[in-house]
Design a protein around this ligand. Sequence first.
Ligand code: ATP
Ligand code: MG
Length: 713
Amino acid sequence: MDLLSSLNEAQQQAVLHFEGPALVVAGAGSGKTRTVVHRIAYLLRERRVYPGEILAVTFTNKAAGEMKERLEKMVGGLAGDLWVSTFHSAALRILRVYGEWVGLKPGFVVYDDDDQGTLLKEILKDLNLEARPGQFRAVLDRIKNRLGGVGEFLREAPDFVAGVPKEQAAEVFHLYQKALRGQGAVDFNDLLLLAIELFEEHPEILAKVRQRARFIHVDEYQDTNPVQYKLTRLLAGEKPNLVVVGDPDQSIYGFRNADINNILSFTKDYPGAKVFRLEANYRSTAAILEVANAVIEKNTARLEKTLRPVKGGGEKVRLFRAPNAREEAAFVAREIARRGSFGQIAVLYRTNAQSRLLEEHLRRAGIPARLVGAVGFYERREVKDLLAYARVAVNPLDTLSLRRIVNTPPRGIGASTVGKLLEYAQKQGISALEAFRHAQQVISRPQQVEAFVRLVDDLIEAAYDTGPREFLKRVLEETGYLETLRAEPDGEERIANVEELLRAAGDWEEEVGGTLADFLDTIALTASAEEPAKRVQDGKLEDPEAGGDEVTLMTLHNAKGLEFPVVFLVGVEENLLPHRNSLSRLEDLEEERRLFYVGITRAQETLYLSYAEEREVYGKREYTRESRFLADVPPELLEEVSAFGSAGAAVVIRPAKVEEKKPLGAFKGGEKVRHPRFGQGTVVAALGAEVTVHFPSVGLKKLAVQFAGLERI
Ligand code: ATP
Ligand code: MG
């Protein structure tokens, strides 16, 4: 494949850019990622850059895998030594080699959120602090994402953090870091911070790594946080051969400290940077793109950009108003069943909790689906915690579940107490719960354990005569588990999942019915029935064969950078999109609108929007309204569909008004034309929006008629 001829002019310019900093800033689907890929291929093939000198940073591991694959197809063996990865895996790779320079042990492990929480919990307990680890984790994350240390924290934090005086909070962080290292561990944020520390303190190592990254590319630059910004700067060095690409309208990780200013001030940070703007969208039909443009225009904080469709016409966007969330899911399943070609379809939603109903309806309809970037609903921690209570109540011998719930939510029963009791159980040959009953004989202060045993006994009794929904509600009431979740950084989401579990239990009672034990059986079967659907966790557990003929389910956040012929964007209603937490600040609201924009622009041919007028939220039935963002969609581009789909609805080509914008005077083979840069040439072939011209100056060129600026002569 000729690396240049399959690109438009602006893209070619960016690919031809060689040394020095450059920014490619452009709207969705304009070929930014494609430009990066072609540029790397061009560096390898035409400029003879050694693959071991090229680094490309992507936003997810999945994106990295795809980029590498595309490059392998384009340049074959040369791609082998390329370094394509996320910031985090790049940092991890560096630390695996040089970690000892910053005090890491060779086999250090990376703790996940859960481990992090457990560690903080223990520290708070040791210090006798009545604070919630979740809140501490949130603060810790914030500090680390902003490059702060304990010192900065002491300067900038309010006097009290999570109800604790800040000096003491600083002590918690200090002990946390110490414990982490003591156990040979780092957390996710540490990966980047330690890489920075390594580079700052050991310039000789930085110099070595720079050789491995003489040409750097960063995709999705609009969503870099201050730590990633700094890492990029360090790697790029004094003579930055750095190309970043991004779209400020797709900055959707502000809530995780991504800083849109990184892309906005690139030319200031890297003086002399070239700027390339891509204005042709190759992904979506004109109709979809016009909807996207109309929506994003309503944001106040944005740079004006032009984004024009290459594909003309298209179907109208379909809107389905569902009376309730179940009907919405049923509609989606029916439409998908009718369409077939499951691999071309994605269902996108704002919150993970929305996936359960969709999963369920797709399963019932026999439609294969995979959930991307999230653990399956029944594998989620909060869901597992609650179900562990049910398991213990149904089967008091279940020690694993007992251990799971003994201090969840925290009730002052530490690991050493549990250890002693379990040891006693083993010695006496009795069950763990039995041993708990003898706490008085085993430990010095048995009160908490005794209270816990009373709770378990109550629940065992309740299991006989209450249905699953009642039972789970009772667990929540008696344990205060919701309050614990509420204090966590992602508490909202977790609480929503708990509510979703209650709803699932309610649905099951209505539709199937039976005892708590029966309910647990159903879940066990459901969970194993889900096995064949590939579960992908942000690339880490990526199944190499994923992407077959299955519907893809994922959050809007996870859909970044991807494209699908058919997209269902569900839950386009107030309190979901925009999310209820984003209603009070304009900044947050605009981030929600960008999220909507990202969703719309994933669609290539067909876009469905839907919302439910009634949804159960926090255990209560809530009446909702369509999202305010829908008002921004030009009505003439919207087509309402009924519950039984749009099978009979005509495919509508966009009105002439929009067609007029395309100066598509069809060229014919043999015609003489003039191009602003290549000069005079002869049309060799013309197909739709593309025309191939032979120029004596540069040879054959494939051009987009609309943008090439060709003149007939
Ligand atoms: P996003 O902002 O969503 O990340 P993007 O700007 O990175 O989008 P790409 O994913 O690179 O866009 O490209 C969108 C689609 O358009 C892809 O299918 C890509 O192959 C196609 N495309 C891009 N440029 C061209 C071109 N010059 N000719 C034909 N197809 C193109
Ligand atoms: Mg992209």
